[in-house]
Design a protein around this ligand. Sequence first.
Ligand code: RET
Length: 241
Amino acid sequence: METLWLTLGTISFIAATVLFVFLMTRAPAGSRHFFIITAVITGVAAFFYLTMTTGATATLIDGERIFYFGRYIDWVITTPLLLLDLALLALPNWRRNIGLIGGLIALDVFMILTGLLAGSSESGLGRGFWFVVSTAAMIALLYLVYTQLFAAAQNQPGSVQGVFRTLALLTIVLWSLYPIVWLLGTEGFSVASSTAEVFLFLILDIAAKIGFGFLLLTNREALSQAVGGGGGGAAQASRVR
Ligand code: RET
């Protein structure tokens, strides 16, 4: 069953990448970067789902638990790109807010790497410790998104604000579910079987990458305005503190 879900993941992410590249050929002027970033996100996910399907990025820990470390390589590449999509929607003038964007990405990479330590630890104590550290980083990260990026998005035209709010809330809710699935699964309390865990992560990955990308890339009005079409000079010159 696990192989079935992982294969389904590979196929879904390949299909989404093809769709996003196709949509790129019709990208509103100046918004191509959103299409490139989002297609890279699903492309990287497709590749790592394939490696998990074939077992290349799976290993046995403690001789009993299958640990798919490919997930973490996928996440450490794709979650910063998801944040970049969100940040570029809220802050078209990214050069002025490079500190905020860099801070979000640094916290995110820290969250995934400490998550990897949690998942790969053999001792329960090690897993618990790194889980708490990683979750603290996630709470700080999502708090920054909710405060700083939401504040910045208020300077954006209405359609951009609307898409930003939807995507940011989707991100906050979906990302918070990852540590819950982790706790239920084989790394945590083993309430869910390995197959159920693979399935739940697949649903979350599809929603957080394909659902997110689809909502972003099909919103042509917001995309054309997010690149400075309707924002107005003063709003775009503003800097978030
Ligand atoms: C782990 C376990 C340790 C504690 C925390 C986690 C959070 C993971 C997150 C992953 C997000 C992945 C996404 C993938 C893209 O589709 C590593 C599960 C906090 C938030 C959005």
